[in-house]
Design a protein around this ligand. Structure first.
Ligand code: GLY
Ligand code: MN
Ligand code: MN
Length: 436
């Protein structure tokens, strides 16, 4: 990663943190990376997931018992855990593109951090378990968290570079996954092909990969990974929603493939077109929920065009009929967390703006602004439980049930890209990677 990009990034971060700490009345932030969590009645640990507030300050994602101590206006101190330990991997002392920007101290024991900590005018960010008697300061003050979360929606050029790289890795892996699907691999085998091509293990993925064949594509968070290979004659659909990591930043990409030509393949192609229109609809100043409504119109158009419903798109949106076929939100902020923070926040100091009542699962109620990064992920699914409810409702007469039954074995379609909103243009990082 480019050293100068990081230098500019940390300068921006420091100025943001200085302002926010002053507004909230703190001189020091003590930010803890986290402690490994042991499984119940066991001596094995869950995979370590770093505190996002820690990786927001330093690109270290794999080292527990570490700290960033940030005193307003001063070079941040990194307490980097390096025990003498013949049981576990011990990462080397950092010497890389970012390390000059921190005063680095190595800790040989977790408790050695205490001598560097002070609770005076200090806030603590992280999980407090095990630190009860430590001088850490006020844990997770709400306004401080809100202001930091708000700021994280505006990415720096370094963050764009990390997100582009995460997309590059994920697109390479998506290509390998498609090839595995076409060669008859099971969901489990496709996932292995994905991870192999990404060069990243399962625990490094930003979320559990969704690798779904046929009707499994209708299960929104399907992470089961069946080991069964399907006979070629039964192969219909492959939906994969999988990302990658770069310095703690996430990709979150979905593609859907039809195994053979036919009406479902046409639906996938038509959705791909609509998805690109929605990406083009991201404009600074537009409330994100307006684009979500536009998405429902497009889903209504597809339902009408493919003969699934008898009514117009407008009427299907109005009546809520499209909600059966697209029950999730159009997209979300993307960054250090796959569903990045602050999507429902009203103002820098806090407040919650809920999504429109008819779309409770929409994760973004904010207005689109320059330097924000979103996913755009329209979908159209044939979900048994929702269709059963629909069949029992007064809207049942507006549906061609034969058509629904013909599409049901295909599960559904979702296309998801990762997009930067620049001042005067939209950058579709995902499509740019596919174009290379
Ligand atoms: N992969 C989770 C999502 O698309 O939001
Ligand atoms: Mn996704
Ligand atoms: Mn997503």
């Amino acid at each position: 990663m480019d050293k100068n990009l990081y230098a500019d990034h940390i300068a921006t971060l420091r100025s943001r943190y200085d302002d926010i700490m002053e507004q909230c009345g703190f001189d020091t932030l003590n930010v803890f990376s986290g402690a490994p969590k042991v499984q119940f009645l066991d001596d094995n640990y869950y995979p370590f997931k770093v505190n996002p507030q820690f990786k927001a300050l330093v690109p270290v994602t794999d080292n527990p018992h570490s700290w960033v101590i940030y005193r307003r206006g001063q070079k941040p101190k990194l307490l980097f855990y390096r025990p003498v330990d013949f049981w576990h991997y011990v990462p080397p002392a950092p010497q890389t593109f970012w390390s000059d920007h921190y005063d680095i101290e190595l800790l040989s024991k977790p408790a050695d951090a205490k001598e560097f900590l002070s609770a005076e005018n200090a806030a603590f960010l992280g999980e407090t378990a095990g630190l009860e008697d430590w001088p850490i300061g006020t844990p997770n003050p709400q306004e401080l968290l809100e202001r930091l979360h708000w700021a994280r929606a505006y990415k720096t050029p370094y963050e764009f570079a990390c997100l582009r790289e995460a997309n590059r890795i994920a697109v390479k892996a998506h290509r390998a996954a498609e090839a595995a699907f076409r060669s008859g691999a099971s969901e489990f085998e496709i996932n292995l092909a994905y991870l192999q091509a990404a060069g990243q293990g399962e625990n490094r993925m930003p979320y559990g990969n969704i690798v779904a064949l046929n009707e499994h594509a209708a299960i929104l968070h399907y992470t089961h990974l069946s080991e069964q290979r399907l006979p070629e004659a039964e192969l219909k659909t492959f939906l994969i929603d999988a990302g990658a990591d770069c310095n703690g930043y996430c990709a979150d990409i979905t593609r859907t493939y039809a195994y053979r030509d036919g009406e479902f393949a046409e639906l996938v192609a038509a959705m791909d077109q609509k998805e690109q229109e929605l990406v083009a609809g991201l404009k600074p100043g537009l409330p994100y929920p307006d684009l979500h409504r536009e998405c429902h119109h497009k889903v209504g158009q597809l339902l009408n065009q493919f003969g699934v419903i008898k009514t117009s798109a407008e009427s299907a949106v109005e009546s809520g009929l499209t909600g059966t076929f697209m029950p999730h939100g159009l997209g979300h902020f993307l960054g250090l967390q796959v569903h990045d923070v602050g999507g429902h926040q009203t103002a820098p100091q806090g407040g919650v703006t809920p999504p429109p009542a008819e779309y409770p699962f929409l994760r973004t109620s904010r207005t689109i602004e320059e330097n924000q990064v979103f996913t755009i992920e329209p979908g159209l699914y044939f979900i048994d439980s929702l269709l059963a409810e629909l069949k029992d409702s007064e809207l049942a007469t507006e549906v061609n049930w034969d058509k629904v039954d013909a599409f049901r074995p295909f599960g559904g379609v979702r296309i998801e890209d990762n997009v930067i909103v620049h001042k005067d243009r939209i950058e579709n990082m995902t499509r740019d990677c596919y174009a290379q």
